[in-house]
Design a protein around this ligand. Sequence first.
Ligand SMILES: Cc1cc2nc3c(=O)[nH]c(=O)nc-3n(C[C@H](O)[C@H](O)[C@H](O)COP(=O)(O)OP(=O)(O)OC[C@H]3O[C@@H](n4cnc5c(N)ncnc54)[C@H](O)[C@@H]3O)c2cc1C
Length: 295
Amino acid sequence: MLSQAAALRSRAVTVIDTDYLVIGAGAAGMAFADSLITESDADVVMVDRRHAPGGHWNDAYPFVRLHQPSAFYGVNSRVLGTDSIDTVGPNAGFYERATAAEICEYFRRVLEERLLASGRVRFFGMCDYRFDQSGDHQFVSRLTGAASTVRVRRKIVDATYLETAVPSTHIPSFGVDPNVRLIPINDLVALSEPGSGYTVIGAGKTGMDACIWLLDSGADAYGQGMHSYEVAWEDNDPDRIVLIVHFQDRDSYMANASRAATDTDYQRQLEYLDGEPEWIDVNYADYVGKPLAGN
Ligand SMILES: Cc1cc2nc3c(=O)[nH]c(=O)nc-3n(C[C@H](O)[C@H](O)[C@H](O)COP(=O)(O)OP(=O)(O)OC[C@H]3O[C@@H](n4cnc5c(N)ncnc54)[C@H](O)[C@@H]3O)c2cc1C
């Protein structure tokens, strides 16, 4: 709840005059403001609903990195990173790729040491931009509710155009079965017990990063080497249900069977079985019919 003083402040509307109002202090807004103050003597007001510059990188999953060399990213006036070649890890031999923390720190320094230090840029974090019905450009503090009207001499610059949405800050647009545990990629590092398997939704950069991180972190690919399974019951005895699981080879089967999560599932299934399953090794000399998936 707002204090009385904050409530009073929230009703007072401050008026700010500037040449350019930049909405959004992500990579786009920061690069624009940086070039603008280099190329002109303009005065700039920047507004962002986040507390710090850097946009979506502030909410990124902990193991994200740029997918290109750091030196290709950021604003014109300052290089991101040291243009060095990585010597260890999966990126060894290639130019360094900044982490989210490095990108946020970079944008913080650009803001403080370049934009604010110029004396021509003012930054208002934790503020929502609103276009008022009366035609005013306003921003409202998320902390105090205080509103400010901006009188713009030259241009409003909408640097929110991409509307980047990250899983940790939006509600899924699909239904989720109550038996499924759905987590945003950010929460993978907070897992305290293994999942019985991992299904990654989305096959863009974020999805790829999730797969690579899971594999690098030792999460095995559940069902790897499993061709197919069949559930059937006998004509003569419909109460007798048979489950036949085909694995590519014994190693694949052993890798799956020795997973802690597979064992937990198996112990649960045993309650419904007459007895221990019968494992049969066969070598296919020939296979007639549709090929088994993934063969
Ligand atoms: C996980 C991920 C990895 C990526 N990796 C790369 C990469 O390696 N290389 C690459 O080139 N690109 C990458 N991208 C693309 C990325 O979108 C761009 O690089 C860039 O960061 C986008 O910057 P932006 O300023 O357009 O958007 P954003 O980062 O979304 O910034 C927009 C800002 O506007 C603010 N805002 C929005 N509406 C309002 C409002 N009404 N009032 C006040 N503030 C508002 C938001 O709070 C936000 O801070 C990646 C994207 C994602 C999601």
